[in-house]
Design a protein around this ligand. Structure first.
Ligand SMILES: Cc1cc2nc3c(=O)[nH]c(=O)nc-3n(C[C@H](O)[C@H](O)[C@H](O)COP(=O)(O)O)c2cc1C
Length: 193
């Protein structure tokens, strides 16, 4: 298989990174469909977990994921909103690390729209009476009816303001770093891999 020509400019690398994220939302088989979300725990230690990438808008750089409001990550984000997402696409040989300040949506229009747009199977996981991480007597916690899950459902969004792109390539690995300021101005640079 011939590999695509590596991006010649940081801007091309950013375009390809945004395409990978967009495909992560649309394509369940894409590795970026299930990136790793990092938060800082309340005791200062890192915490990582797999999440499903639900939405990414390249124009606004806005990311959306869904979670259980009783989960550790929600408490962690409420205390320290800085988050990172990480993924590695072995086909494209690209690692992405993106960061931003997360917003929790519990009862607002964002949460309502996301709940309305989610399928019964997805809703079911929020209907369990047990908070994620709660100790159980048996290995599975049977869900109730899916509608009961709404009160446990939460949406996390963030606008990515840092992106680190790493491409493994025979010609030499390439890495670029991108940062957006509060006004949306982009600074981009190649960096040593
Ligand atoms: C493939 C996969 C997809 C997952 N997607 C989500 C998700 O979209 N949202 C979520 O909250 N947890 C998801 N999880 C479960 C989390 O990885 C984690 O176990 C759970 O959210 C509890 O995390 P916390 O205690 O750190 O908050 C997923 C796990 C796997 C393996």
């Amino acid at each position: 298989m011939t590999r695509p020509t590596p991006p010649a400019t940081p801007e091309e690398a950013l375009d390809s990174a945004f395409r990978l994220l967009a495909r992560g939302v649309a394509d369940r088989r894409s590795p970026f469909h299930t990136p790793t979300l990092a938060t800082v725990a309340t005791d200062g230690t890192p915490n990582l977990r797999t999440v499903v990438l639900r939405a990414f808008d390249p124009a606004t750089r806005r990311i959306r994921i869904h979670t259980d409001r009783r989960s550790a990550k929600v408490a962690e984000i409420a205390a320290r909103p800085r988050v990172m997402l990480h993924g590695y696409d072995a086909g494209a040989q690209v690692q992405l690390r993106i960061a931003g300040d997360a917003t929790l949506h519990l009862d607002d229009a964002e949460a309502e729209a996301a709940w309305a747009g989610s399928r019964a199977m997805s809703r079911m996981v929020y209907a369990t009476p047990h908070a994620p991480g709660a100790t159980l007597d048996t290995p599975t916690a049977a869900p109730q009816d899916a509608e009961g899950g709404r009160e446990n459902f939460a949406v996390v969004t963030f606008i990515l303001d840092r992106l680190d792109w790493l491409l493994l390539a025979h010609e030499g690995h390439r890495r670029a770093r991108f940062a957006w300021d509060g006004a949306g101005a982009l600074s981009a640079a190649w960096v040593a891999p």
